[in-house]
Every structure is written in structure tokens, then in C-alpha cells.
Design a protein around this ligand. Structure first.
Ligand SMILES: [Zn+2]
Length: 78
């Protein structure tokens, strides 16, 4: 019984020693900044929403594809 007590004390000492050596990990609360949401625009022909950089520009508005731009009888203003 006496050895068991010593064993527990030694194990506690080892545990405390390891615990003191390892610095507590700070909580990883740094969430990565969310990607900036691209501006969503609707197709002037079918109403499909898509990012503005993927939209096809027409004189009357923005379209999801060149087919819809031509279907809306619009043309590229450039
Ligand atoms: Zn469309």
C-alpha cells in the first residue's frame, strides 16, 4: 500500500511536469476572413443570379450568357 501511494505521487509529479512544460494552446478563435462575397446580379433575360464578374454585359443589362443577351435582342455595348 505504501508503494501504491508513492506510485500515485510519482505519476502526479510526472503529469504536473509534462503539463507545466507544454504551454497551453490558445484557443484557435482566429476564423479565416470569409471570402468577399461577389456582387450577385440577375440575368435580364431569365433572371438567373450569378456573380457580376461572370455576367455578360449588354446595353440593356447583364445576362448569364451571350445566348441570352442575343435572345433579348441586346448587344455588347463595347
Ligand atoms: Zn439568362
Amino acid at each position: 500500500m505504501k508503494y501504491l501511494i508513492w506510485l500515485v505521487i510519482i505519476l502526479l509529479a510526472i503529469w504536473a511536469y509534462k503539463r507545466s512544460r507544454r504551454p497551453a494552446q490558445p484557443p484557435a478563435d482566429k476564423t479565416p476572413a470569409p471570402a468577399t462575397p461577389s456582387n450577385m446580379v440577375g440575368c435580364a433575360h431569365c433572371g438567373l443570379h450569378l456573380p457580376q464578374e461572370e455576367a455578360v454585359t449588354g446595353e440593356k443589362g447583364l445576362y448569364c450568357s451571350t445566348e441570352h443577351r442575343s435572345a433579348a435582342q441586346d448587344r455588347n455595348p463595347v
